[in-house]
Design a protein around this ligand. Structure first.
Ligand code: PRP
Length: 207
């Protein structure tokens, strides 16, 4: 392989990913102004900009040796790859939230819960032995209780502002979330020194 290929998640993880790569010595000007280009050459590294679940797919299937993805997406997507480093940025948490003042756990009727992360939500309620009906929502999941679609939501919470602005409050925190460096298993065997070198340099600049 001439160069390592790294898939980066577009959106909330992008700025911190660029900052980390710059501290590692990469010239990120192409990444800062990509225009409509999705595969960018950054000297010793090729970078692919993709949506979070696609970053995981690219790494799992070997299209990219390395990827930066949120733990939220990794938990929802699953798959076989190595999660080698907690990058420490993109910190938030998974939480169950419900309309402020409501008692989510009261009563016996089956609750409806909306989430962009149905697997995470299902796994969470399994640990509680609760039979819950999960509704998959693609975005703005906070709307679901307002519209009467659901009794609560399972979502990532960062500042808590979106919950607050929509009359919701955390019922229970589920687990912390942050950006992770993931690696394709076969690539790690084939290009061990390059990949281990990359991981070490990440670790170094994150200290
Ligand atoms: C995420 C999440 C919440 C919000 C939480 O959505 O789903 O809606 O951010 O952040 P806060 O606690 O700081 O308010 P995102 O911005 O990724 O957009 P989306 O709902 O369109 O997916």
């Amino acid at each position: 392989m001439d160069k390592l290929r790294l898939a980066i998640t577009k959106g909330r993880l992008l700025d911190s990913s660029i900052e980390m790569l710059e501290r590692m010595g990469y010239d990120c000007s192409a990444l800062k102004n990509p225009g409509r280009k999705l595969l960018l050459n950054m000297g010793g590294l090729d970078v692919v900009l993709a949506k979070a679940p696609d970053v995981v797919t690219c790494v799992e299937l070997g299209a990219c040796a390395l990827g930066i993805a949120g733990k939220d997406t990794i938990m929802e997507h699953g798959g076989s790859f190595y999660e080698v480093l907690d990058l420490g940025f993109g910190r938030c948490r998974f939480a169950l939230a419900a309309p402020r003042g409501s008692d989510f756990f009261k009563g016996y009727k089956t609750r409806r819960v909306a989430s962009k992360y149905p697997k995470v939500a299902r796994d969470y309620f399994l640990t509680k032995n609760m039979d819950v009906s999960i509704i998959k929502i693609e975005g703005s999941v906070e709307l679901a209780p307002i519209l009467g679609l659901a009794d609560g939501i399972v979502d990532i919470v960062e500042s808590g502002n979106t919950l607050k602005a929509n009359g919701l409050a955390i019922v229970e925190e589920i687990c912390p979330v942050s950006a992770r460096l993931i690696v394709n298993a076969a690539a790690l065997k084939l290009y061990k020194s390059e990949i281990v070198g990359f991981i070490d340099r990440c670790r170094e600049v994150l200290k």
